[in-house]
Design a protein around this ligand. Structure first.
Ligand code: FE
Ligand code: CA
Length: 520
């Protein structure tokens, strides 16, 4: 049958794209599919990526796979992969090139650290095997140490449950004008398939290295996720679902599971994460251990502390979950970061010469009483910093007394948008505001809709919380200069279609020297 104009229009509507969205996203009418909705062809079917930017270096990543969802489909032999990086999009002005080896032991992934680049420059890169060439990706270096860049734009994201919906948030993020993207975790989810959702997980709950590889491959098959990686370097850290829901160090969510058994699973999860992310070879896990917390500097404008709040934390107190206050919540021995990472963080903040000091991490740092305002008892989330009050007090106490310049805390995990002033004493609204927390909406994971009215009702009991939305999906776009930090909560109209319009739900500003967020 011929496609009449009516039918073409209908298929556009069916795919959830309105005329406005077509104009806004620059998608041309007359194309079968909007640009960027087809994943790359094999053997580069998992796309390309870059990360770990330095002033003169960046890591380039890809993984060869002919049958990505079933172990990769590659021969059990090393494969040479050529890479090149250029100063122009047309790949004419090549500045570095080389050959690396995709090893079967690493699922034929490659992690190339390219050095000798110019600070504060955009680059383009691609890979080639004997017969095939990858798509071209774009990346950039950080400004030179000690330089004073006037501006930084970046976005942060979290929680991209593949089953729960599509990634129109990432589709739109790939078209933003930002310097890099921070992923705060839940890059994959570990569960088995759930009937009735827009997409399905491949196979039951993942446990083995092979399982984790195939799950990463499923997520990486999404064209919008590939487009974000191809457009910007990504600085990534994990949360729980890259391994297992709510795990804590060597403690599984399943109380019956011995730590030594869980650590075998954790080793598989960490290994597959490394294989699929643009990390350095030095970050490759040794068994169940790897060093993922680290620091990035945007000249003297901003310093980013990227935390790992899963690998070293003490077990969630009081049986985990949302619960009434309990003594273990205040245990001074409890830790979210482990002592070494905590010392590293506080020393780094003390030594920092940056205008903005960013603590990018996973779970809500603010006190959040989920109990209805007028009612006792109060309810707290034991998986967040509310379960680790003494550890939080040590960090916020340092911010109060050590006074590092302009601390801002981007957070993921909770699948909803929040803005909060972090207080010296959350139970005393007149106490000092020491930092600003920005909690980003998820890419596709849901906040339970039935909790939204309860949270809204609890807001009067949480006067330091300035904004909450529990229904929308998206990302937070930040625009930072020496005088102010602007955060735009960019949300999409639906996750039931791969392409949907994005708009700014709310914008907040933090003025340099004045901790706390105000509506823009
Ligand atoms: Fe999540
Ligand atoms: Ca999480």
């Amino acid at each position: 049958m011929n496609a009449s104009p009516l039918i073409s229009r209908r298929s556009f509507l069916v795919s959830g794209v309105t005329a406005g969205a077509v104009l806004a996203s620059g998608v041309g009418v007359g194309r079968a599919r909007p640009r960027g909705l087809d994943p790359a062809p094999a053997p580069f079917s998992l796309g390309i990526a870059s990360g770990e930017p330095g002033p003169q270096s960046v890591v380039l990543w890809t993984r060869l796979a002919w049958d990505a969802l079933h172990g990769g489909g590659m021969p059990a032999a090393p494969v040479p992969v050529q890479w090149e990086i250029a100063a122009d999009e047309g790949m004419r002005r090549i500045v570095r090139r080389g050959v690396t080896i995709a090893w079967p032991e690493s699922a034929h992934s490659v992690h190339v650290r390219v050095a000798g680049l110019e600070p504060d420059h955009w680059y383009w890169y691609r890979f080639r095997t004997r017969h095939d060439e990858s798509p071209t990706g774009r990346t950039r270096t950080l400004p030179a140490p000690g330089s004073s860049p006037r501006r930084l734009r970046f976005a942060f994201v979290s929680c991209q449950d593949f089953e729960n919906g599509y990634y129109p948030a990432l589709y739109n993020l790939a078209r933003e004008d930002v310097d890099f993207v921070i992923h705060l975790g839940d890059y994959i989810y570990e569960g088995g398939p759930t009937a009735g959702l827009p997409r399905q997980h491949n196979g039951p709950e993942i446990v083995t290295l092979e399982d984790y590889r195939n799950r990463h491959a499923l997520y990486k098959s999404d064209a919008s996720l590939q487009a974000v990686h191809a457009a910007f370097p990504m600085i990534a850290t994990w949360d729980d679902h890259e391994t297992e829901n709510d795990y804590a160090a060597a403690v599984s969510e399943d109380p019956a599971q011995p730590p030594d058994v869980f650590l075998v699973r954790r080793a598989a999860a960490y290994r597959a994460y490394w294989e699929h992310m643009p990390l350095t070879r030095a970050q490759k896990p040794e068994g169940p251990d790897t060093l993922l917390y680290r620091r990035f500097r945007w000249g003297r404008l901003a310093e980013f502390n990227i935390l790992d709040t899963r690998q070293y934390r003490s077990d969630q107190p009081c049986g985990d979950g949302l619960t009434v206050p309990c003594p273990a919540q205040l245990d001074p021995a409890a830790t979210m970061t482990g002592p070494e990472q905590e010392r590293w963080l506080l020393e780094g903040l003390a030594d920092s010469e940056a205008r903005w000091n960013v603590i990018a991490q996973q779970v809500m740092m603010m006190q959040a009483n989920f109990g209805p305002a007028a009612q006792v008892p109060r309810l707290f989330n034991m998986d967040a910093w509310d379960g680790y009050v003494a550890a939080r007090n040590r960090i916020l106490g340092f911010l109060l007394h050590g006074r590092p310049s302009n601390p801002v805390v981007p957070t993921g995990d909770i699948h909803s948008s929040w803005v909060a002033n972090l207080k010296a004493d959350f139970d005393d609204p007149t106490s000092a505001t020491v930092a600003t927390e920005l909690v980003g909406a998820s890419i596709s994971s849901d906040f339970p809709a039935q909790f939204v009215p309860a949270v809204q009702a609890s807001l009067p009991a949480n006067p330091h919380i300035r904004f909450f939305d529990g229904l929308r999906h998206g990302y937070v776009r930040c625009d930072v200069d020496r005088y102010r930090w602007r955060a735009d909560f960019r949300t999409v109209s639906t996750i039931l279609e791969p392409v949907a319009p994005v708009s700014t739900l709310a914008s907040f500003v933090v003025e340099s020297g004045r901790p706390g967020a105000v509506p823009a």
